[in-house]
Design a binder for this molecule. Structure first.
Ligand code: FEO
Length: 409
């Protein structure tokens, strides 16, 4: 892969990781990229670096454009190791005049690499820095998604280097949004938001409002993962506007695990009831779906229906693990219902209800339990539950007030 020129004297010099399939618990089935960018000006500037094993690829790309020793500044938009793992070796090789970062970025760099004598240059939000012909300005994006995170904007070229935001895990030989399949791109962008940014949605909302207020002309958004947005900027901004309020599409997810098939039979009954109400739904068995793919669906769903039998006075481990993951990401603005089979104690439904209550889902039914194996009357009750959820969801989507059930089982 050769460096790609984004604008005159602005190059992509990053690395493509075709191999990775796990990103701290998030399945990256299409690999990823670690994007870094080089600006040639009176002050030659490198924006971000790459994960440690990809240092040679980065340096090779830089060398094909300029002698790395000529780089004056390194901008660190984000300290997480996928963008800074190679930094110590890169700093040693380049010996830059400045390492530009946010105040929290300096703290994080010190805690990661313990280098007191690096030439840190801390920038304040809104600060500008001339490189000669081009000017950088810096936008603090604290907690999107780390305390150190910031964006860098090149005024003359109208390029926003957005760090993790607007990125996606997608290894591809193409570098721009209009060169890849748009459905794949939007799916991977949804998955990225769902698994990395959902928890920080209130901050995303504020950031989008701030960027709109600043009225920044943006020709390109260049994130640190995936492709550069140039033709579909409106589309990704519109999607972020929806995702940051966790807007559902009117559909329901039945997310379940099953032991001896009873909970699956209950799930089928609920699905039949949803169908009768004309609600689009998806059955998601946790035995065959990765939690990060499930979260991708959760982000854009309106009703979350959780099913799990009771095991050892608790839930099956896959449901417990999924709930821990989902609670960490805190999706909101959903209707929730729990169901499951049990043998003698039956705590799983209560535990799932508790988790959804903590996430402030609107619980629209106390929950449904069936002992051992459902018979005809139980399955009829499941169908009725599907109908109830469907009707409540229609009211929810119409903006009617739905009170959460207090008396959950
Ligand atoms: Fe791509 Fe937060 O690192």
């Amino acid at each position: 892969m050769k460096p790609i020129e984004l604008a005159k004297n602005v190059y992509w010099v990053g690395a493509i990781d075709w191999l990775t399939r796990d990103f701290h618990g998030y399945s990256t089935n299409r690999g990823t990229t670690y994007n870094a960018y080089l600006i040639i000006d009176e002050k030659v500037t490198l924006i971000d670096t790459v994960k440690k094993p990809y240092r040679n690829e980065l340096m090779h790309h830089i060398r094909s454009i300029i002698d790395p020793a000529k780089i004056d500044y390194i901008v660190v938009n984000h300290v997480e190791m996928d963008h800074s793992g190679s930094l110590p070796e890169v700093v040693k090789e380049i010996n830059p005049e400045k390492i530009i970062c946010s105040k929290m970025g300096q703290k994080a760099l010190l805690k990661h690499f313990h280098q007191e004598d690096w030439p840190y240059h801390v920038v304040s939000p809104g600060e500008e820095l001339s490189l000669g012909e081009k000017t950088l300005s810096f936008l603090e994006t604290r907690m999107l998604h780390w305390p150190d995170s910031m964006f860098t904007y090149v005024k003359e070229d109208q390029i926003l280097f957005s760090s993790d935001a607007f990125g996606e895990h997608l290894a591809t030989s193409e570098r721009f949004d209009d060169e890849v399949n748009l459905d794949v791109l939007m799916h991977e962008s949804t998955k990225y938001y769902a698994n990395i940014l959902t928890l920080y949605s209130p901050l995303v909302k504020k950031l989008l409002a701030k960027v709109a207020e600043m009225d920044l002309p943006i020709k390109m958004i260049a994130p640190d993962h995936g492709v550069v947005w140039r033709s579909h900027i409106d589309k990704i901004l519109e999607a972020y506007g929806r995702w940051c309020v966790h807007e559902g599409k009117g559909n329901a997810l039945i997310i379940y695990d099953t032991m001896w098939d009873s909970t699956r039979l209950m799930a089928k009954g609920i699905a039949e009831g949803l169908q009768e109400q004309g609600i689009p739904y998806k059955m998601i068995n946790l035995q065959v779906n990765h939690r990060s793919d499930v979260m991708t669906d959760v982000l854009e769903a309106s009703a979350i229906i959780l099913g799990c039998p009771t095991l050892n006075n608790g839930m099956l481990p896959r449901m417990a693990g999924f709930l821990m993951y989902m609670r960490g990401l805190r999706p909101t603005n959903k209707i929730g219902v729990a169901f499951g089979s049990y043998g003698w104690s039956g705590e799983a439904v209560k535990l799932m209800n508790k988790a959804m209550t903590e996430m402030k889902f609107t619980i629209c039914h106390p929950g449904l339990k069936v002992q051992y194996v459902p018979e005809e009357t139980d399955l009829t009750e499941c169908i009725q539950l599907g109908n109830t959820i469907g009707k409540t969801l229609q009211d929810f989507l119409a903006g009617k007030e739905i009170n959460s059930v207090e008396d959950i089982i």
